[in-house]
Design a protein around this ligand. Structure first.
Ligand code: SF4
Length: 473
């Protein structure tokens, strides 16, 4: 069973996916390869690129990292000036090459290919219905329902997409490439990021703006919630698939998932993390702190912010080993502990004899925090005060970010005091829900912290009841 080692060791949310597309630019596959590199943090399980060369859609996919899958030979076979690509992180149940995207539909009405980030939460109902009506599925990926739904609609291809998306619930941002156009689609709640940029006479679409930086494309704007952008010979055309929209970007994108150098909905990720760290320092100061350190990499910006806010020096106290192997097989508790040691090393010279504020972005199961506190104490820290730059996670996500279930969320089971004792910290503080909104604004979903689900979607109540039942058992 192949999993991402980093995610396993950190017991963190496993990133969903990243999509990247090029329209009307030479060597589209090569540029997509660079774009997928920039989005690698969003998924390491597999990647794929599809291109259209004026006659046919070609595709190459593989399991592993972008750099492991693609080489000059297979890239050179992907000819054309249109391209879409995908990096994938899926659950174990949907591993295997057939689930690596872009998915490709060969049809007498015209071939098309789909790259999808997010989760369709009414997938099972849709799939059952589609199978009942005669569809034969080739994969176990929820993204395949998009292909079947589009194919079953009537009208122009744009009308078909519009009708198909109207049936989907959940968080999604996806790209569809036909033999004429590329379509960029974002869900009506704006949970998942997607932005569009200009490059020469063409366009680029990316889950995160870091993809644009990589190829010197100039950002135009974010795709709006509920919007389909059709990219074609006449340029960009905006079509709303629904008027019932809201901006509820997943706050975990800012807290943990996205790269710090990305801007999402106009807010820079590093700046937002730094701001949350500063607010955290006001909410949970630490009187006798000597230094502030962060857990690399996603917590470093927040640690800098805490240091700014507290007026306590920021230091590098933990080093991340970047060359650790990616795959791992069902780790035991002991293996996980050893794994954390392999992945993170304390800088003893910096931390010995010091009162440390350790800033982390979030706590899911609590096991990583426990190991890191132990690691720092074994390396000579006098005291370790843990500060979390997001609120306590008390509810599961139903919108497509693959969090643990409710029973895995330690903050849903333990009081602050119990959790502090469990991880062995000298003190513990979480950013408040108000602090999070101060740092990120109000256009966010923060349901896993405050249970304020921005929308009561299909099946949500039942799911939540099931999760609660599991917790009680
Ligand atoms: S519930 Fe949490 S993880 Fe899910 S979309 Fe909302 S903020 Fe993101």
């Amino acid at each position: 069973m192949v999993k991402d080692l980093g995610a396993l060791l950190e017991n963190k949310i496993i990133e969903e996916c990243g999509v990247f597309g090029i329209y009307n630019v030479k060597n589209a596959a090569q540029l997509t390869y660079y774009g997928l590199h920039a989005l690698q943090h969003r998924g390491q399980q597999g990647a794929g690129i599809a291109t259209f060369d004026g006659e046919k859609i070609s595709r190459y996919r593989g399991e592993g990292l972008v750099i492991e899958i693609f080489n000059s030979e297979n890239i050179s076979r992907l000819k054309g000036e249109y391209s879409i690509g995908h990096v994938r992180m899926g659950s174990d149940e949907v591993s295997g090459i057939e689930n690596i995207q872009p998915l490709l539909v060969r049809s007498h009405t015209g071939d098309f290919t789909v790259a999808h980030n997010g989760r369709i939460i009414n997938y099972e109902q849709l799939r059952t219905q589609l199978e009942y009506e005669g569809s034969i599925f080739q994969t176990s990926s929820s993204s395949e329902v998009i292909c079947h739904l589009i194919q079953r609609q009537t009208g122009t291809f744009t009308e078909k997409i519009k009708k198909a998306i109207g049936k989907l619930e959940g968080s999604f941002a996806f790209l569809i490439m036909t033999e004429k156009n590329i379509y960029a689609v974002r869900d009506k709640n704006g949970f998942s990021p997607l932005a569009i940029a200009k490059l020469d006479d063409g366009f680029v679409i990316s889950s995160e703006t870091v993809g644009f930086e990589m190829i010197n494309a100039q950002i135009i704007r974010d795709v709006k919630p509920g919007e389909i952008i059709k990219i074609g010979k006449k340029g960009l055309r905006s079509i709303m698939y629904t008027e019932s929209t809201q901006k509820k970007m997943c706050s975990m994108e800012y807290i943990y998932l996205a790269r710090p150098d990305s801007d999402i909905d106009g807010l820079n990720v590093h700046a937002s993390r730094r701001m949350c760290g500063r607010i955290l320092a006001q909410e949970f100061p630490c009187e006798d702190a000597d230094i502030v350190i962060g857990v690399p990499d996603s917590s470093l910006s927040a640690a800098m912010g805490y240091s700014d806010g507290a007026g306590v020096p920021y230091e590098i106290g933990l080093i991340k080993n970047r060359y650790i192997g990616r795959t791992f097989i069902q780790p035991t508790q002991e293996e996980r502990e050893r794994g954390v040691k392999m992945k993170l090393s304390p800088v003893s010279n910096t931390i010995k004899g010091k009162n440390i504020v350790l800033v982390d972005d979030s706590i899911v199961r609590g096991t990583t925090s426990k190991y890191i506190v132990k690691l720092l104490k074994e390396a000579g820290a006098k005291a370790v005060h843990v500060r979390i730059a997001s609120p306590a996670m008390v509810a599961p996500c139903f919108y497509g970010v693959d969090t643990s279930s409710l029973k895995d969320l330690i903050s849903a089971r333990m009081s602050l005091q119990e959790l502090r004792d469990y991880i062995g910290a000298d003190s513990l503080g979480f950013l408040s829900n108000e602090g999070l909104k101060k740092g990120l604004g109000n256009n966010i979903c923060s349901a896993c912290f405050d249970r304020e689900y921005p929308t009561y979607l299909f099946g949500l109540d039942e799911n939540f009841k099931k999760e609660l039942k599991k917790l009680k058992n």
